[in-house]
Design a binder for this molecule. Structure first.
Ligand code: ADP
Ligand code: ADP
Length: 237
């Protein structure tokens, strides 16, 4: 029932910056867990460790019961979707191509295992485009022709392309206006809930954390300073 387990994680970058300082955290399956904290608190480092983009200096991480390491990472990565602050789309590529790219790490394996071919990937991308509230007419448009909010919808569709067990959302709304931010977080929560995906989402705004989190884990200087439901945060404040 555990989706992600961080055990006594330390992270020190080569320049000496300590990003995480002895952090342990267990995230159960299906939870929408918000990592809350100011810039520099270690949120991004924590999220990036789950898909191997950052490597602990000490401690270890288990994803779906398997310890992350060079041998397990390629397989685990196919079960993890990531949503970025700056969307990270290929700007000149079409919306459809950007969404299908969410399956690229696994396309060859999917073909081998299930005979899933690009036409089916395309169909799945179309269905996801509709799920995230974009129109069919968007499919052929260049990603950079879309508004920020629409680009993040594409980012969400891409992240869900492989039906991931885990979604990592690294400040997914930091570049968006307040109204759009709420729409985007609502969408991430809805798509995750309907699939049973676990979400680890970093935010720096306490009001958004309160509104969307099942659980808030607040970080300061690489340590957990609060861990509980939003209601408990109100009592602690
Ligand atoms: P947040 O996402 O909360 O802003 P980060 O994980 O990005 O926090 O950063 C935590 C600390 O680690 C900061 O002091 C930051 O400067 C440092 N840091 C992050 N990434 C790197 C890196 N690639 N090299 C060196 N220091 C880094
Ligand atoms: P975010 O917090 O959205 O991840 P940042 O602007 O903090 O974005 O970091 C962007 C990139 O720069 C990341 O790859 C991060 O690891 C790296 N980075 C952040 N802080 C430092 C730092 N002090 N030294 C070197 N690289 C850093």
């Amino acid at each position: 029932e555990t989706a992600i387990r961080f055990d006594a994680i330390h992270k020190r970058y080569p320049d000496g910056a300590v990003a995480l300082d002895g952090l342990s955290l267990t995230v159960p399956r299906g939870q929408f867990c918000v990592i809350l904290g100011p810039s520099g608190a270690g949120k991004s480092t924590l999220l990036r460790m789950v898909n191997g983009l950052a490597i602990p200096s000490a401690g270890y991480i288990e994803v779906e019961g398997e310890r992350i390491g060079p041998r397990t990472l390629p397989r685990l990565r196919r079960r993890i979707g990531m949503i970025h602050q700056q969307f990270n789309l290929v700007p000149r590529a079409s919306v459809a191509a950007n969404v299908i790219a969410g399956a690229l790490p696994a396309v060859s394996m999917l073909r081998a295992l299930t005979g899933l071919f690009p036409a089916e990937l395309r169909a799945r991308a179309c269905a996801l485009i509709a799920d995230v509230g974009l129109e069919e007419t968007h499919l052929r448009r260049r990603a950079d022709a879309l508004s920020g909010g629409q680009q993040q919808r594409v980012g969400i569709a891409r992240a869900f392309m492989l039906d991931p067990a885990i979604i990592l959302a690294d400040e997914p709304v930091a570049s968006l206006d307040p109204r759009t931010s709420r729409d985007i977080l609502t969408l991430i929560a809805r798509e995750a809930r309907s699939r049973g995906s676990t979400v680890l989402c970093s935010l720096h705004q306490i009001d958004l954390a309160r509104a969307f989190a099942d659980r808030i884990v607040a970080l300061s200087a690489g340590r957990i300073i609060f861990d509980g439901p939003p209601e408990a945060l109100d009592r602690a404040a």
